[in-house]
Design a protein around this ligand. Sequence first.
Ligand SMILES: Nc1ncnc2c1ncn2[C@@H]1O[C@H](COP(=O)(O)OP(=O)(O)OP(=O)(O)O)[C@@H](O)[C@H]1O
Length: 887
Amino acid sequence: MTDSPDQKPEIATRKAPHTDYRGLERSKITPMFQHYIEVKEMNPNALLLYRVGDFFECFFQDAAIISRELELILTSKDGGKEIGRVAMTGVPHHALERYSRQLVEKGYAVAICDQVEDAAEAAAEKRMVERAITKLLTPGTLTDEGMLNARKNNFLAAVVIAGDNWGLAYADISTGEFHTTQDRHLNSLTVELTRLQPSEVLVPTNAPDINRLLRPGEKSDHLPDCLPENFCYSLRQQTPFSLTEAKNRLLLTYRVRSLEGMGCEHLPLAIRAAGGLLEYIEDTQKANQVPLRPLRTYAVSEFLVLDGQTRRNLEITQTVRDGSFYGSLLWAIDRTVTAMGSRALRRWLLQPLLDIKGIHARQETIQELKDNTSLRQDIQQKLREIYDMERLSGRVGAGTANARDLLALAESLVRLSDLAELARTGKSPYLKTLQKVPGDLEQLGRRVIEHLVETPPLHLKEGGIIRDGIDAGLDEQRQRYKEDMQWLTNLEVTEREKTGISNLKVSFNKTFGYYISLPRSKADQAPKDYIRKQTLVNEERYITPELKEKESRILTAEDELHQLEYEIFTDLRSQIAEFADEIREVATRVAALDVLAGLAEVAVYQGYCRPEIVPGRLVEITDGRHPVVEKSIGSPFFVPNSSDLGDGDGVEYPDLIILTGPNASGKSCYLRQVGLIQLLAQTGSFVPARSARMSICDRIFTRVGAVDDLATGQSTFMVEMNETANILNHATEKSLVLLDEIGRGTATFDGLSIAWAVAEYIATEIRARTIFATHYHELNELASILSNVANYQVTVKELPHEIVFLHQVRPGGADKSYGIEAGRLAGLPASVIDRALQVMGQIEKHSKIAIGLRKGIEKIKPVKETDHRSIQQLDIFGELETEGEEA
Ligand SMILES: Nc1ncnc2c1ncn2[C@@H]1O[C@H](COP(=O)(O)OP(=O)(O)OP(=O)(O)O)[C@@H](O)[C@H]1O
């Protein structure tokens, strides 16, 4: 922590500083604090960072919060003679971005109140420096480059719920994307929100604490239950979300007469959400206009549904264990070279397609780029030279882009024509879309490059941005300035010649500007027009009327030059802002090409094949691999496995596979591998397999592992049952269901019974393609009863003192778990292992289930739903018990 000059650590005996201003008599508070409170009251829901000199300080309650959250020292400042000390925390102004980003990441809104005039001017006039809110940062409205993750969208969402119907709009204000949708069933709203992972969600309520930002996990009675707890929620007034207001706002913003063109004219909840979202942006981004792209309406049913748990279990963008990117599917296959491409790939993976045409278009492009190595490499080379046009044009549109941003955007625009030229040598769909880029974009880029110097400074008001020869007025002023500066540079020489004093010097200081200095010993030789200003021990300092005149010209010319350059720059920026939509439209195409070139690269170097998309409900994968495990352990060490499920294209396989095998043999890996291959295929990507024929599936469901959901107070078993219920209630025969252990969180008999009934229900009632990994070998009996069920096992080789994992999936059921061997490997004491073996022997000998199953479970017929009341759960095993005993 860097101390601000006014900071004094608190001494325990002193009266505690005020952390609440409400009880204080305003007239007795210092003027600066009065202003602070005024601003704070206008922004009660944001942490207020208030500029004081070189620091941004915060006071009262905010000081306590910031000190706690950022681990900064809580100090105090004098609030007035009769008031005493006020709690204070400060951050140095140059570290503002870092600290405010940390606060926003923790779910706070942050209001920045900066000095908006030169502090020296105010000091000279003996008044308080003028300050105003210059930025209001909330998690969903960030645009500053340093606060955003380049490879991830930053979505702001708004929801409107009416009964079981809902509307959802979302925007990324840094890239301009703006989408809206409407659907039924609140659980599908939850699914959409977890897909988007918005940084902030707006909820219209009639809560008394309107405008409050709820941090992740914070509870409120005003939040509908279907909204996941792990997001930030902004409680908003209802009015902007009313149909009339929302619709008018959309019509006005887009200057249209109807919303027909945007596809949401007849979707009132989608309109309300979108209108409410726009109002929030207007409200929070007062100073900066945020131009969004035209609103696009989509239907949730256009895409493969991946619910939150499936997305998590398949580790698409982060791992389950520690939430890291390393080890996720995205990590394994992201070979994009631009931030735009990386963001697009993430979106594509989270929203795979259902439409065969769309999948084919992507496949064909990947195929062409895979086959044509030089084209792929040239394209990637060009793409590397293209900056983040989506976010750059966003900042241009918002008027926050600096000269370097503008130059980066301009260089990208110019390079587009090279990219188009390359695209013209190809013939696949995504290359075709880039064969033509609007010519005016290139011209625009060139104009910017002509205007701006090669490496412009970061600050816009300090000059040095615009090249010579661009503006006659600027050139003229520069010339005059240069001449005056030259006069000044020569002054030392000319004055030395004139006076004959060889050690005469011309220098500058802040107090009286330029001056001539003579050694004290030569002071008597000073010419008459020298006016003495200061006497030091060894030196006399003088000014001359001519020097002062030139100086004043130089200083004014400097200010004027900076202002002129700034105006030329902002004019140029506004010209580009007018093309923001066109730029972003091209940027989307560039991003898509980047994704596909990256996937082609993966296909080449990681040996992926093009899956054939066939009608029906087929999964036919030959020698499939898990993309992440393969990359982690190295391809030669990964054992490929095939998977055949469902039917289509003239073949028929089982619908449900019971997969058994010892611990750590590779069941989970196999299960996820099938899910990931299906997901990749519907993303349009090639897949890690020797060959694959796949049908489109409507949803992928997964139930993997067991994790206590402590946050919601649910036990491992309840989480498992909830997830299973969700699958049984929503899966269709077009779905792919991956179940890893069901019924382990309860007593063995209950667990086995549930697992049995679930598998049976899926195989007979739903007929979804399913892989069911389990340690209940008893489930292998299902295959002898149901024709669409088959048994597979992950094999191991048993040696005298160890087992070797072969990781091969082969037909047939395993009859041993090797759980005790796993315990031995893990280092359980030998006596415990011996005892466990003894106990297992006894259980196997006497187990009613084991005996019963061996004796003929095929007699158990699946229970019809209508009969279930009359049959007790334990009847299955009760019947077996009798038979076992008879034996
Ligand atoms: N096909 C494969 N080729 C090579 N290694 C594999 C393969 N499948 C799995 N493995 C390795 O084996 C490890 C254990 O696999 P996995 O977690 O899938 O086992 P499991 O059978 O599900 O175990 P458990 O029953 O204990 O959950 C993986 O982390 C991986 O490193």
